[in-house]
Design a protein around this ligand. Structure first.
Ligand code: PLP
Length: 468
């Protein structure tokens, strides 16, 4: 089905094709702009081109699987608009997310309400707007759906039982254990509901590709059972769990190879089964870089020497101090975003972050990095090595697009960072073929690197954008 392009975000800066973005250069450039305006606020830079490249790679490597972006991962309007125009479907978890996607003119047929435990009024909202594709994994949900949306198309979410390392566990809360599938399907039959698909989620940030092949096999077992019971099965939803950044323990390519094999074996092309997925972090993690200002600094002794008389800060400490190799000072840096803001991902998403600085000093010191609130819990990094920095300088963090700002608060009155968007014109015209004009072209980057080999390869794989 074709869809119409919605207008591009007016705030995306489009750079000439010859530009190869160096994140440090971009960050420097934005800092210079902000400082000229007198601002010291934390900010994101989002490379929209990175999202487009991810989509190109998805369609290359998983050609049978239509992505339905998991909106919860990053609800940024420019991200949603970009993905709408790339033709993705959307995995929504609530009335709010459904409304956000519908607002862009997305057809309800491009949405899956993929929350197996739905609030009744949200379910009524889905029924009102014709968002009829939804997941379930328990009897109470079936009873609710029977009452409020009896014609909905239902996708049974099973629990993949292979134990593998994941960044974020989901199986402790969702999924019907394979042993209970028969009973749940019998309940659906008794209620005369329309079960037409099977879904699973292997866990977010999965570290082993075999999690997918095993889950596909378990989905096939549930599928066969449903077919035997007379359900007309047409949809397989392989959920999320795909890596979104280079530092992930497993690559997207490794997963795609294993997954394609399992799909072709259990759900071959000629079966006519429609296959969708719900990727979240895959699309957005690496597109976002967060830059924070150092708003305060404290230097402390890292280790107290064995001499008990020595107390940091006591008037005579210098006289009594016995220098040892542990006496190197430690710097505590306070940034203007923290655990209650974008770095909530350290707690909720078990994320790992790496502070980077624009200072190229060869000397590094024991350091810790803290958020801006008055809570002692608000610590971004307890121990790392950094060149010595001063108040007013900046630190930046790459790969900050997934499960960051979407769950951040303004605790202590701390504002959320604003976001700047960039893209190269080559990728931008993939999205908006008619839109590029000299007016939109921006040449503000300090260093314009020339096209390198990776961009040449990219040009070769860029194909027509398909629609779902
Ligand atoms: N689908 C569902 C139902 C989820 O709960 C999640 C994440 O929690 C996702 C998709 C997205 O997962 P990921 O970001 O690992 O791709």
């Amino acid at each position: 089905m074709k869809h119409h392009l919605i207008p591009a975000a007016s705030d995306v800066e489009v750079f000439p094709d010859t530009t190869v973005f160096d994140v440090a250069d971009l960050v420097k450039c934005k800092i210079a702009e902000l400082e000229a305006e007198g601002s010291d606020d934390a900010f994101f830079v989002c490379d929209v081109g990175d999202i487009i490249k991810k989509d190109i790679a998805w369609r290359e490597m998983l050609p049978r699987v239509t992505p339905f972006y998991a909106v919860k991962c990053n609800t940024d309007e420019t991200v949603i608009r970009t993905l709408v125009n790339l033709g993705l479907g959307f995995d929504c978890a609530s009335k709010g997310e459904i409304a956000q996607v519908l607002k862009h003119g997305v057809s309800p047929a491009r949405i899956i309400y993929a929350n197996p435990c739905k609030q009744k009024s949200f379910l009524k909202y889905a029924a009102k707007y014709g968002v009829d594709l939804m997941t379930f994994d328990n009897e109470a949900e079936l009873i609710k759906i029977k009452e409020l949306y009896p014609n909905a198309r239902l996708v049974l979410r099973i629990l993949p039982t292979l134990q593998v390392q994941v960044q974020c566990e989901l199986g402790n809360k969702f999924g019907c254990h394979p042993d209970n599938v028969l009973q749940l399907l019998m309940k659906a039959k008794e209620l005369n509901l329309n079960v037409m698909g099977i879904s699973f989620h292997v866990g977010s940030g999965v570290e082993e590709a075999k999690a997918f092949s095993y889950a596909v096999q378990q989905a096939k077992d549930a599928w066969d059972l449903a077919v035997e019971m007379g359900f007309e099965m047409t949809l397989l939803d392989i959920g999320g769990g795909f890596p979104g950044q280079e530092s992930s323990p497993i690559t997207f390519e490794e997963i795609a190879i294993v997954l394609n094999h399992a799909l072709d074996y259990h759900f071959p092309k000629d079966s006519g089964v429609r296959i969708i997925a719900e990727p979240g972090r895959y699309y957005v993690a690496s597109a976002f870089t967060l830059t924070c200002n150092i708003i305060a600094k404290r230097t402390v002794a890292r280790d107290i020497p064995e001499n008990d008389d020595f107390k940091v800060g006591s008037p005579d400490c210098h006289h009594k101090q016995v220098l040892t190799q542990n006496d190197e000072p430690s710097h505590m840096y306070y940034l203007n975003d923290g655990l209650y803001g974008s770095f909530n991902s350290l707690m909720y998403d078990h994320a790992k972050v790496e502070p980077r600085v624009l200072n190229d000093s060869p000397y590094s010191f024991s350091s810790s990095v803290w958020g801006p609130t008055c809570d002692g819990l608000d610590c971004i990094m307890q121990e790392c090595r950094l060149p010595e920095m001063e108040v007013g300088q900046w630190m930046y963090f790459r790969d900050m697009g997934a499960y960051t700002m979407c769950a951040g608060s303004t605790f202590n009155g701390m504002p959320r960072p604003s976001c700047f968007y960039i893209c190269t014109s080559q990728l931008w015209t993939k999205l908006y073929p008619d839109e590029i004009s000299d007016k939109r072209r921006c040449t503000k980057l300090p260093n314009h690197h020339h096209v390198d080999q990776s961009n040449v390869e990219l040009q070769e794989i860029v194909g027509p954008i398909s629609c779902c």
